[in-house]
Design a binder for this molecule. Structure first.
Ligand code: FES
Length: 189
């Protein structure tokens, strides 16, 4: 793996136009700014800030970049470089559900490669992509701590093991049924 970019503070403390914070007065913008401000004094603040934003929003919205750049006295390009270096961080909103398929050693030894191919083909997406209906984002993951039950997947917060193509289909069907029920309840409300 190549070395991650090391953010280097720019020599002048005055933010450049590129690094100026966006004027964001929406509740989401205010919340983003609060997440940045709460962590900007931490050593190596960039990653804690990015993690906090993704944890709360599910991705890192573009309006966060100028806020982070301004708070850490970096250029937007430097922030973007770190953001896109790590596959963990999402620069697009995720689907309604996130499905992670384990690609680590134990799962690979138990048929994980075939499951990966099946998941991509069934969903019609590649890694880090979202299905056209916005239902599922497919992500690779490297060990879910469920090696004894390889191959494993995680569907939202739920880790499942011994996944076959048929079980994968059943998990997806359950997701879609839950979505349909929720949509029905919203229409009825
Ligand atoms: S290797 Fe897949 S859960 Fe550990």
């Amino acid at each position: 793996m190549s070395t991650p970019p090391t953010p280097t503070p720019t020599p002048t403390p005055t933010p450049t136009p590129q690094a100026s914070a966006a004027s964001c007065t929406t509740p989401a913008g205010d919340r983003l700014q609060a997440l940045v401000d709460a962590r900007k004094a931490l050593p190596g603040a960039m990653l804690p800030i990015l993690h906090a934003i993704q944890e709360e929003f599910g991705w890192v919205p573009p309006e966060a970049l100028p806020m982070i750049a301004s708070a850490l006295n970096l250029s937007r390009a430097e922030v973007y470089g770190v953001l896109t270096f790590y596959h963990h961080f999402r620069t697009q909103p995720p689907g309604r559900h996130v499905v992670q398929v384990c690609r680590a050693e134990s799962c690979q030894a138990m048929g994980g490669e075939g499951l990966e191919a099946y998941a991509r083909a069934t969903l019609g997406v590649d890694w880090h992509e979202t299905t056209a209906d916005g239902a599922v984002t497919l992500l690779p993951v490297y060990c879910l701590g469920n090696c004894a039950c390889s191959p494993a997947v995680r569907v939202d917060d739920d880790v499942r093991g011994r996944i076959t193509p048929a079980r994968f289909d059943a998990l997806l069907a359950a997701l879609r049924q839950r979505d349909a029920e929720r949509a029905g309840q919203e229409v009825a409300a």
